[in-house]
Design a protein around this ligand. Structure first.
Ligand code: ADP
Ligand code: MG
Ligand code: ZN
Length: 479
């Protein structure tokens, strides 16, 4: 029997607000344990939550950017469960009326585009963190750090529309791109700012009845999501083939073994005894508020790609790469605005700049070569001052010293030689010194031409204009 995998993702997006969702404590990562707490996030009796407006604004932006409807009157609910990192004994979340619903993302896998439904996006508070061992304080027991308690999260829940690990990763990457592009999440997966629960089931091919799902908790890299889903699909198929049945449960992925293992049986929604939080009034969002937010949205990656193709004539591949993140797209456009040819600026950004950033572990935000300097460098190539090859040497020096390209070219005497007299002189010498190769060429071995070009370029220290070299060489060798 053949099986069809089915996947739905729940993604937790930690919001980049300065303060927590229901109190004024800082959300800064990495502070001394419990130093960013107050009666509200410690869950002390009588303390009352006050909603952070910024969280609502971010949620609306996320919803509008993922084609959701914004709920005019949404409700906060208590999700009740006991755990030591949850001092109130419940998490404030949303249940029946979440702030965003019925959205979608169009993902690309290979050549195909596929629409993936987004069931809902809701706002909620994060829990604290348990710290085990040495760091937990005196003795070697466990401690609780409540700095993270009450940190604002969005939970983005997809429909079970994904059919492979590749589709799941494509969806996740696109969502990651959108929330970082909007500036509402730093996207740092290692620190847990963007983490995913993957729900996986399998069913016989052709069936319309979904199989029982297992939920793999808190996977925190694109690579692990792919591995975890693939392992889980195979585990379920093997189980069914062996005559077993999949049980609904929560599982953990262990990156070291590449396997998932059972953590606990899955709670159903009714186990949480959800009910509307009496401490928080319903959240009413007016049509004007939504329209104002819509007006404040930046041009999104997809729109920007389209514009790069239509206005700047970029090929689809370049447009996609250059909109991988907003800072990269901004850099590229600044280079074009400074007079660079779009295709050339794009090639340099995707080539030399990306290579240099990777080699030095720098991000585009702190690129030592400004887009204006890059445009100047390209002008020097265009007007024949330097060759494309020498430009790479100049670029490396710009990167190191921060100097302007013109200054480097002058200082190091890198100006391209286009004067045919000077180049002819070099060519004559090379021809005289390589009589054997000249014979070969004239005898029909045309490949030898490349050897001559190389020799002339070398003798000119790379400064001879390659077009002129080619032309003159061809004439001379014909004899
Ligand atoms: P819970 O919080 O109980 O996990 P949610 O409704 O928040 O429930 O999320 C359920 C997730 O599981 C959704 O992303 C949904 O698409 C996915 N899902 C539901 N049924 C299946 C299934 N049979 N196979 C795979 N994924 C599923
Ligand atoms: Mg879940
Ligand atoms: Zn607080």
């Amino acid at each position: 029997m053949k099986y069809q995998p089915v996947i739905g993702l729940e993604v937790h997006v930690q919001l980049l607000t300065d303060t927590k969702i229901f109190c004024g404590c800082s959300t800064k990562f990495g502070a001394e344990p419990n130093s960013q707490t107050c009666p509200v996030c410690l869950g002390l009796p009588g303390a009352l939550p006050v909603l952070n407006k910024k969280v609502v604004e971010f949620a609306i932006k996320a919803g509008l950017s993922t084609n959701c409807s914004i709920t005019p009157r949404s409700i906060f609910a208590r999700k009740n469960y006991f755990y030591p990192d949850l001092p109130k004994g419940y998490q404030i979340s949303q249940f029946e009326d979440p702030i965003c619903q019925w959205g979608w993302l169009d993902i690309k896998v290979g050549e195909e585009t596929k629409r993936i439904g987004i069931t809902r996006i809701h706002m909620e508070e994060d829990a604290g963190k348990l710290v085990h061992g040495e760091l937990s304080g005196p003795g070697d027991g466990s401690g609780v750090d409540l700095n993270r308690a009450c940190t604002p999260l969005l939970e983005v829940v997809s429909e079970p529309d994904l059919r492979s690990s590749d589709e799941a990763v494509a969806y996740l990457k696109q969502l990651h791109q959108i929330v970082t592009w909007l500036g509402i999440c730093d996207g740092n997966m290692e620190e847990g700012s963007f983490r995913c629960d993957a729900n996986v089931s399998v069913m016989p091919v052709g069936s319309d009845k979904l199989g029982t799902r297992a939920e793999i908790k808190n996977v925190n890299s694109f690579k692990f999501v792919k591995l975890a889903i693939e392992y889980e699909i195979q585990r379920q198929i093997d189980l069914i083939e062996d005559g077993g049945t999949v049980v609904q449960e929560t599982r953990l992925f262990d990156p070291n073994s590449g396997k998932t293992r059972s953590m606990r049986s899955k709670e159903e929604a009714h186990d949480y005894r959800y009910f509307p939080d009496p401490d928080l009034v319903p959240l009413v969002i007016s049509e004007q508020w939504i329209e104002r937010s819509r007006g404040e949205l930046p041009e999104l990656p997809e729109q920007r790609q389209q514009r790069f193709m239509a206005e700047l004539g970029l090929p689809p591949y370049d447009a996609e790469v250059l909109t991988a993140c907003r800072a990269l797209a901004d850099y590229f456009e600044a280079g074009v605005a400074a007079g660079g040819n779009a295709k050339a600026v794009g090639n340099w950004v995707m080539g030399e700049i990306t290579r240099a950033l990777n080699d030095s572990g720098t991000s585009i935000e702190t690129c030592p070569v400004s887009p204006e300097q890059l445009a100047e460098l390209l002008k020097l190539i265009d007007n024949g001052t330097i060759s494309g090859k020498i430009a790479k040497t100049v670029f490396d020096e710009m990167w190191r010293s921060g100097k302007a390209p013109q200054a480097i070219v002058e200082e190091q005497g890198l100006i391209q030689v286009s004067d045919s007299g000077a180049i002819e002189g070099i060519i004559d010498e090379i021809i005289a010194a390589n009589a054997g190769q000249v014979e070969e060429y004239r005898g029909g071995k045309e490949k030898v031409f490349g050897f001559f070009v190389g020799q002339v370029m070398k003798a000119s220290k790379g400064k001879a204009n390659p077009t002129v070299v080619n032309e003159l060489l061809l004439n001379k060798l014909k004899g």
